[in-house]
Design a protein around this ligand. Structure first.
Ligand code: P6P
Length: 333
């Protein structure tokens, strides 16, 4: 049972039996994530003071301008995940192809792959708005001792063994699940330790916040337009509150605590949706379901979608179960 203010290390040891990893593997994996998160947090928190904000002058596979912190965070997570003898491959929003990790002591024993968005919402850095890291972990499906393959990454979200995010906000939190509920740890930067501040996170029964970029309204499908109008009607517990930070991790985190729905539908600029299935939608969907919520592409459960490519995009609706079911109802009309 999670005890408030336990350290992350104590929590992992105490709940080891529940984890789908052997004791050392999960600790090593989460240790590398929490170490990289601390390092990235340090840079994010002083971004305005050093020449690490602004564009890196490159574009990523998405054709988006890479921010210097994007590149920095990507390098830090790859670096700490590499020397942990547990991960055999990494896929990142910042890299066109997946990275194979080999040449370590027992690298044929490395049986996990990590998919990540190292710094989501990075366009907000220069305006001091919170950003996040999102990660998703699978067991590889190809034989140990052989090179990792694309199929190790193109697994449905239901096969995830762990998923989580770091939100670099007014405080820095690591929130993750291994399929036994969702727990949130807050970083004490003075001590460099993570403390269990939000045990067993669950969406409230009712949600009253909707998060969408209404600037795209004219391009939304009819069902989405009808749902937004439904949110704005004076009836019962409505109108809902509109809150949109432009940073998925921050909007999702607030909605999981206060109750709400985040959605990024198809638009004219993003005819397949904007968010990436493998390292944004799947990990957030796993967390949402573990917290009693729901995640859909408007019609199908996100975690059931069979991926076809590394950076594929889907429309994304995620949050309180009854709110997602309501928008699905409008989409099906
Ligand atoms: P828009 C950030 O780039 C991101 O991937 C999500 O974190 C965020 O919710 C969304 O895109 C914002 O996109 O088009 O509304 O600016």
């Amino acid at each position: 049972m999670a005890k408030k203010n336990q350290t992350l290390g104590e929590f992992i040891i105490e709940n080891q039996a529940e984890f789908p990893f052997s004791s050392g593997e999960l600790s090593r994996l989460i240790n590398s994530i929490r170490l990289a998160a601390k390092v990235v947090n340090h840079e994010v928190n002083k971004a305005g003071l050093v020449d690490i904000t602004g564009a890196a002058g490159e574009t990523n596979v998405q054709g988006e301008d890479q921010q210097k912190l994007d590149v920095y965070a990507n390098e830090k997570f790859i670096q700490t995940l590499t020397n942990r003898e547990i991960v055999c491959g990494i896929a990142s929003e910042e890299n066109d192809n997946f990275i194979t990790i080999s040449g370590q002591k027992d690298d044929h024993q490395n049986k996990y792959v990590v998919l990540m968005d190292p710094l989501d919402g990075s366009s907000n850095i220069d305006v001091n708005v919170s950003v996040g890291t999102i990660f998703s972990i699978y067991r590889r499906v190809t034989p140990l001792g052989t090179p990792v393959q694309l199929e190790d990454f193109l697994q449905p979200g239901s096969k995830q063994v762990a998923a989580g995010y770091v939100v670099y906000g007014t405080s820095t939190m690591l929130v993750y699940t291994t399929g036994h509920g969702v727990n949130g740890f807050t970083l004490n930067p003075a001590l460099g330790s993570w403390y269990l501040s939000h045990p067993d996170m669950q969406f409230p029964e009712q949600g009253s916040i909707y998060s969408v970029n209404e600037g795209n309204y004219v391009h939304f499908p009819k069902g989405v337009k009808d749902y937004i109008k439904y949110c704005q009607q004076e009836e019962g517990d409505r109108p809902y509150i509109s809150r949109y930070i432009g940073s998925l991790v921050s909007d999702f985190h607030r909605n999981m605590i206060k109750g709400g729905i985040y959605f990024y539908p198809t638009t004219s600029k993003a005819p397949k949706g904007k968010l990436r299935l493998l390292y944004e939608c799947n990990p957030m969907a796993f967390i949402a379901e573990q917290a009693g919520g729901k995640a859909s592409d408007g019609f199908n459960r996100v975690l059931d979608i069979e991926p076809t490519e590394l950076h594929q995009r889907i429309p994304f609706f995620c949050g309180n179960r009854e709110m997602v079911e309501k928008v699905e109802e409008f989409m099906s009309r």
